[in-house]
Unconditional design. Structure first.
Length: 377
């Protein structure tokens, strides 16, 4: 066996010392760095370790030490750290033209009989279209990952029709309301509602323990539904939640009475909400006497978000937070739901959590220009 002598410069020693101490590299690179540092016979090394000592301390074979020293002497520092360079060069099977065809194909409709593209389906189709002679689904996966493509995933939402004057009129009305400063006499309140499934466990869950997550049985029992009414004043960081058994016109009218009682000094409450069939002044007259209904109606100014534009209602943000933080687990009874939601409401109000809305009508005219009617002539 030839004897290979490792002599490191000051810069190489500093580089290896940093690599071995930071812990940001692979275990193999760190081990090779420690071997080179231990075997160094350069002028900047005070004491050299013998192979036997390194083998015992690092728990490796002496043959391993000799291989690292050989790579360092014959091929350089980088090869000694990362391993022997490969002599075999694999030709690249794909190019930019093929990747462009693949991305265009993955964005198209899947073939008849399939609801979505899969990796194997894409691999078969590019071969059938003679974009390439052969290719594996793993290569397809790597190309799509590099280009941040996931054609098997879908998101669903309601897309507003293009060139609709009614939509943009209601949208800009809501956005102008959101530009108003905080005014106790004319508070801007957003209101929304959402159903909630009541679900009971069929077996007791196993609580979490060190190294073991909590485990829940996949079976459950449906216990009906309830309805969540939520109103929030984004600029003041206030919100109120009410859970009812139903979502009738009377339930909505009673909830608005609760909102009005929260603002006794307000001259008029500006209420932003979706245009549901229950959200009408007629619901007041079906719940209260004509005098009471007219008095309650006069307390509010209704601002309706456009159809297909519920994202403009900031109460949806609060509902999303409520769902994630409080209602994502299984809740069996409406009483339990009310107790949990009340605790969440108090905690979030105490934090004075607000919504920093940045989207304006000027932004909409640029980013949503396709929704605006085109004037001719």
């Amino acid at each position: 066996m030839k004897k290979y002598i490792v002599t490191l410069t000051r810069e190489e020693r500093d580089q290896l010392t940093t690599l071995a101490s930071k812990g940001k590299h692979s275990a193999q690179q760190i081990l090779n760095a420690l071997i080179l540092l231990g075997c160094d016979e350069g002028e900047f090394q005070s004491q050299r370790s013998k192979n036997e000592e390194l083998s015992r301390v690092l728990n490796i074979s002496m043959r391993k030490i000799d291989r690292v020293k050989e790579r360092f002497v014959t091929e350089g520092l980088e090869t000694a750290l990362s391993g022997r360079t490969r002599d075999r060069v694999y030709p690249r099977k794909t190019d930019g033209d093929f990747e462009a065809h693949l991305i265009a194909l993955s964005c198209s409709e899947p073939p008849e009989g399939y609801s979505r593209w899969t990796l194997r389906l894409l691999a078969d189709r590019v071969v059938a279209l003679e974009y390439i002679d052969e290719i594996s689904h793993e290569t397809i996966r790597q190309i799509l990952k590099k280009n941040e493509m996931q054609p098997w995933k879908h998101q669903e939402w309601i897309i507003p029709p293009e060139h609709t004057g009614s939509f943009v009129a209601h949208m800009e009305r809501v956005l102008d309301i959101y530009k108003r400063p905080l005014n106790p006499l004319y508070p801007v309140v957003c209101m929304d509602e959402s159903p909630k499934q009541l679900i009971a466990e069929t077996r007791n869950a196993i609580p979490a323990s060190p190294g073991q997550p909590a485990r829940y049985d996949y079976e459950y029992r449906r216990c009906g539904t309830c309805n969540i009414f939520l109103a929030s004043e984004p600029l003041a960081g206030k919100r109120m939640v009410k859970i009812t058994e139903h979502r009738t016109k009377q339930d909505w009218a009673l909830f608005l009475q609760d909102i009005a009682e929260q603002y006794p000094e307000a001259e008029r409450i500006v209420l932003v909400m979706d245009n549901l069939n229950t959200h009408t002044p007629g619901s007041f007259y079906e719940t209260y006497s004509p005098e009471e209904a007219k008095t309650l109606w006069d307390r509010f100014e209704f601002i309706y978000a456009p159809k297909h534009g519920s994202w403009l209602n900031m109460a949806e943000i609060e509902l999303s937070v409520l769902t994630r933080q409080c209602l994502s687990r299984r809740i069996e009874t409406i009483e339990e739901a009310r107790m949990e939601v009340k605790a969440w409401e108090n905690a979030r109000n105490n934090k004075n959590a607000k919504v920093n809305w940045q989207f304006t009508a000027e932004d909409a005219r640029i980013k949503l220009v396709r929704l605006y009617p085109t004037l001719e002539g």
